[in-house]
Design a protein around this ligand. Structure first.
Ligand code: AMP
Length: 189
């Protein structure tokens, strides 16, 4: 299966993506995780990405698309993948389509995790206290949400028009949300 999981920062995307990818036996590809790994290893990509991440802005499309292209051509993606945090812009949607169609592939589904905005802010503030992520300060959280609603939320309409979108309520216990995702995808896992 080739899947995308979307939702605002703090919706629980990363947590659900790990569990669902494990159930489906496909790699979990989180662009945020790949950027963070590069930041902690001090690579050139990490140095560039950090400037944007710490400000709550998106890393430029050219950089992000090249990184995803490289990852999706690795062997473990042949049978499928779960993309978490990509695509996030209209341009990235186009690039992903191009990458997949060049390989004779297409997406099977896009899951949008929906959550109440106050709940999301509360979760992000809690995560900031627990994990100390440098992009989880209050100002940056606010900016990340703005960027999400400006640039990424509109993508769901594009996927909806293609009949790929399935909306899942992201509120509640982790296991309950996972069960909703699996049911929405109509798969046995
Ligand atoms: P995440 O862990 O998915 O919330 O991503 C953390 C940060 O990494 C984001 O706030 C962006 O700065 C950057 N990032 C992750 N994925 C993308 C993407 N698809 N396009 C641009 N920037 C991204």
């Amino acid at each position: 299966m080739r899947l995308v999981i979307m939702g605002p920062p703090g919706a629980g995307k990363g947590t659900q993506a790990v569990v669902v990818a494990g159930m489906l036996g496909v790699p979990h590809i989180s662009t945020g995780d790949i950027f963070r790994a590069n930041v902690s290893q001090g690579t050139a990509l990490g140095v560039e990405a950090k400037r944007y991440m710490d400000a709550g802005e998106y890393v430029p499309d050219g950089v992000t698309n090249a990184m995803v292209r490289d990852r999706l051509t690795q062997d473990d993606c042949r049978a499928g993948f779960l993309l978490d945090g990509y695509p996030r812009t209209v341009e990235q949607v186009g690039e992903l389509n191009a990458m997949l169609s060049a390989a004779g592939q297409s997406l099977d589904a896009v899951v949008e995790l929906t959550v109440d905005i106050d709940e999301v802010v509360a979760r992000l503030v809690k995560r900031a206290q627990e994990q100390g992520r440098s992009d989880d300060t209050e100002d940056v959280i606010r900016r990340r949400l703005e960027v999400y609603f400006e640039q990424t939320a509109p993508l769901t309409a594009m996927y909806e028009a293609q009949g790929l979108l399935t909306r899942v309520d992201g509120l509640g216990a982790i296991e309950a949300v996972t069960a909703r995702i699996i049911a929405a995808l109509a798969i046995d896992a």
